[in-house]
Design a protein around this ligand. Structure first.
Ligand code: NAI
Ligand code: MG
Length: 359
């Protein structure tokens, strides 16, 4: 049975980079004998909201439930629809309703991309941030009391479940075990957040017993952020709660050049629901319509998708590696979009990567 993939381009440059993502997906699928069935849906964008008062049709979940994966561009058009409406009406619904509890962000420095950290070269930065994506600090539990008075207070709870923490940690350990360096760093803050963070440390120690091959290190989040900048070469897999992971997974890609390169995966590893693959960047209204958006984050996200979908067969990993290698080659030799100092357009970069893929 072919892999069923929902295609949602979204807003702004999501619509410009998606065709290049699909072009490269098709090229990789053909070369590695993967069978894909692509289903394009014309919703989860702000024009849909303007026409219907909602980002998605009422039966969106039924429409997507038979899919193996969602390939997503970017959502948001703040000029016409407030960002919290567009984001909560689409992307955040997918993450929660489809229990995509792992947010995966590879961070890698490529040759040909100027690095904002001095003295770093390609190969020095190559790690993956694994962020808990469904609970933690991002709850709506809390409130304001005595509002408008001298006594005003605000409370917002963080919620961690044993189930939620251990499944995330288990995923991170498994990922670390599958990589040559077999190292896992855990973001913690057990010196300051004295109840929940020591609890996380204990959860990690408990799961670690099943992974004796993996070296576990705990870092307080403050020094961990500093080490992302000062010693990025020491990291391999980095696991973190929702908030810490959110911050780290923007900081990491920022140390490797352009936001137009960073991919992400929102995974439901058990495959009870479709997982979602998308570039980290948004709809970039400032460059939309010029055809100059960098398609690499979209294309790399497609590589993560094939790896996840076809993990069992080996062809998924091979397709992933071939796409990343084609990206590597194009970053080194060109063509490049303007965000990387070049003057090529979105299509030219996508076509160049697809050509390398075809061999
Ligand atoms: P953004 O990521 O869209 O843009 C930030 C800056 O990076 C802009 O200067 C943009 O031109 C540049 N940029 C982004 N992607 C690029 C690419 N592929 N090639 C070249 N340059 C690129 O973030 P911003 O401006 O804060 O948000 C714009 C809209 O996107 C908002 O509605 C926001 O809510 C939404 N957004 C959606 C996300 C998603 O769908 N996951 C993630 C981030 C923002
Ligand atoms: Mg963020």
């Amino acid at each position: 049975r072919p892999f069923q993939i929902a295609v949602l381009a979204g807003d702004g440059i999501g619509r410009e980079v998606m065709p290049e993502g699909l072009r490269c997906l098709r090229a990789a699928a053909e070369r590695f004998g993967l069978s894909l069935q692509l289903h394009e849906f014309d919703w989860a964008h702000c024009d849909h909201y303007l026409a219907h008062g909602q980002m998605m049709p009422a039966d969106w979940k039924a429409q997507l439930s038979g899919m193996d994966a969602i390939y997503f561009g970017a959502v948001g058009w703040p000029e016409t629809v407030p960002d919290h409406v567009s984001l909560w009406g689409s992307l955040l619904k997918f993450r929660r309703e489809f229990d995509q509890y792992v947010n995966l962000r590879p961070v890698r420095l490529f040759e040909g991309v100027p690095c904002p950290l001095t003295g770093r070269r390609a190969g020095d930065i190559d790690y993956i941030v694994v962020r808990e994506n469904t609970e933690g600090e991002y709850t709506a539990l809390g409130g304001v009391m005595f509002e408008g008075t001298e006594r005003e207070i605000v409370v917002q709870e963080s919620v961690y479940s044993r189930h939620g923490a251990e499944r995330l940690l288990r995923f991170a350990f498994e990922l670390a075990r599958s990589r040559p360096r077999r190292r896992l760093a855990l973001a913690t803050k057990s010196n300051g957040i004295a109840i929940s963070m020591p609890w996380w440390d204990q959860r990690a120690d408990a799961v670690a017993r099943d992974f004796p091959e993996v070296a576990l290190e705990k870092h307080h989040i403050d020094i961990l952020a500093a080490r992302f900048v000062l010693q990025p070469d020491r990291f391999d897999v980095v696991a973190a709660t929702n908030l810490f992971g959110d911050i780290l997974s923007d900081l990491g890609p920022a140390t490797t050049g352009t936001i137009g390169l960073a991919p992400s995966a929102n995974l439901n590893p058990e495959r009870s629901f479709p997982s979602l693959f998308e570039p980290v960047h948004g709809s970039a209204p400032d460059i939309y319509g010029k055809g100059i958006a960098n398609p690499i984050a979209m294309i790399w996200s497609g590589a993560l998708m094939l790896d996840f979908l076809a993990r069992g067969t080996g062809a998924g990993r091979a397709a992933h590696d071939a796409i990343v290698q084609a990206i590597e080659t194009v970053l080194r030799d060109g063509p490049r979009t303007p965000d990387l100092g070049g003057n090529a357009n979105t299509r030219e970069v996508g076509a160049a990567i697809a050509a390398h893929l075809a061999g």
